[in-house]
Design a protein around this ligand. Structure first.
Ligand code: 5GP
Length: 107
């Protein structure tokens, strides 16, 4: 049974795509905590980020860094917050959340 994120990558469920390469995919969160809240995922399924191979883990985080830099340019923000939650969807993902004020508290 594919995860909902695999179905998004396959184009079976619509999303607002931000970026994609051979192994990784980034799209806007459907329930954003801030404008530009983006999820970065490996196309390959796996539930836990720290079970990834070193190569795939490095690839994912470097891809997320590129996406975060693009978000910084598109949305004025103090920084792009990074979170790995995994409470809801059993498919490794990194949350990138633009933080706009010193007082913003999301978690
Ligand atoms: P987590 O598993 O890290 O707790 O959160 C999963 C995230 O995926 C949530 O922020 C939720 O809004 C997002 N999400 C769940 N289903 C969908 C979906 O079908 N499309 C999109 N774009 N985001 C989703």
């Amino acid at each position: 049974m594919p995860t909902i994120f695999s179905r998004i990558v396959a184009g079976e469920i619509p999303c607002y795509k931000i970026a994609e390469d051979e192994k990784y995919f980034a799209f806007l969160d459907i329930n954003p905590l801030a404008e530009g809240h983006t999820l970065v995922i490996p196309k390959a399924e796996g539930d836990y980020i720290f079970d990834m191979s070193d190569e795939d883990y490095s690839g994912l985080t470097l891809f997320a860094k590129k996406v975060a830099k693009a978000i910084e340019k598109a949305i004025p923000c103090k920084r792009v917050g990074v979170a790995v939650m995994g409470l809801e969807v059993p498919h490794t993902h990194i949350h990138l959340i633009p933080i706009n004020k010193e007082t913003d508290m999301y978690f």
